[in-house]
Design a binder for this molecule. Structure first.
Ligand SMILES: [Zn+2]
Length: 265
């Protein structure tokens, strides 16, 4: 997504000249009120309402939607997003998997204060992360996984597993063995907590996975998209509120996480 904005600046000679600003992320999407409606609707266990500028939590606390910045670099968008930045890229649910544009990472932008308030911070109090054991592909003896019960994610994942069990046998190799759910860790090479630290994500079989960091950028400096995960699997997860890391420019094709706010009703 080309978000380079050209501003007009007055040079020392008083001549008008265009200046390209690399940092141009951070402005709320035009439909931010609808997105906030979806956010409140997605997490009824935690959120009561929003007024366009703040969201209100069930404990009475309020969180600002915007930090007022519209000049973020992509790294700043990733490392210090506000609530509206989480909706910077519309998640293309239900579409045929294909190569995303440069930096198009729908759902990869996450406000850490928002998610740690909801799921807890495993580094400070792992016990606060309520978890349940959910069978994984029971019909195909896939064992079980630990997943959060916050926001009823365990029920959503049980629904995913039951639907995946109904797919033809040729899909099982992508799903079994799974490559993990809960893991109190940061994302490799960053200070950002992984959604695995919230026990709200699952990696399917790593054997068929592709990850942007495992490839070298091409001659033009961009990462070539790779994927083997069939759409039928992605469709099942998305029906139950999980987004797929294979839809990101910075792709992670074995990764699914619970993000119901990104599905438009
Ligand atoms: Zn993952």
């Amino acid at each position: 997504m080309a978000l380079i904005r050209f501003l007009t600046a007055i040079t020392a000679l008083g001549v008008l000249a265009p200046v390209a600003l690399a940092g141009s992320y951070g402005a709320p999407p035009p439909d931010i009120r609808d997105r906030l409606d979806a956010l409140v609707a997605a997490y009824p266990e935690h959120l009561i309402s929003h007024n366009g500028t703040h969201i209100t939590w069930r404990d009475g606390s309020k969180m600002p939607v915007s930090d007022g910045r519209t000049d973020k670099t992509f790294d700043e968008l990733l490392n210090a997003p506000d609530i509206d930045d989480m909706f910077a890229f519309a998640y293309p649910a239900g579409t045929k998997p294909s190569a995303p544009g440069v930096n198009f990472d729908p759902g990869r932008i996450r406000s850490e204060p928002f998610f740690t308030k909801m799921y807890g911070d495993c580094r400070k109090n792992a016990a606060a992360l309520r978890r349940a054991k959910v069978p994984w592909l029971k019909k195909h003896t896939g064992g079980s996984v630990q997943i959060t019960t916050i926001n009823d994610v365990h029920e959503a994942l049980a629904g995913v597993s039951a639907d995946l069990d109904k797919l033809p046998n040729r899909f099982v190799r992508f799903l079994k063995p799974n490559s993990g759910t809960y893991n109190c860790r940061t994302i490799a090479g960053t200070k950002r907590l992984s959604v695995h630290a919230f026990a709200a994500a699952i990696d399917i079989n790593v054997k068929h996975a592709h990850y942007w960091k495992w490839t070298k950028p091409g001659s033009n400096g961009t990462y070539p998209w790779r994927n083997k995960i069939p759409q039928a699997i992605v469709d099942v997860f998305e029906r139950h509120g999980f987004i797929w890391g294979g839809r990101w420019y910075h792709y992670d094709s074995m990764h699914f996480e619970y993000r119901p706010e990104l599905f438009q009703k």
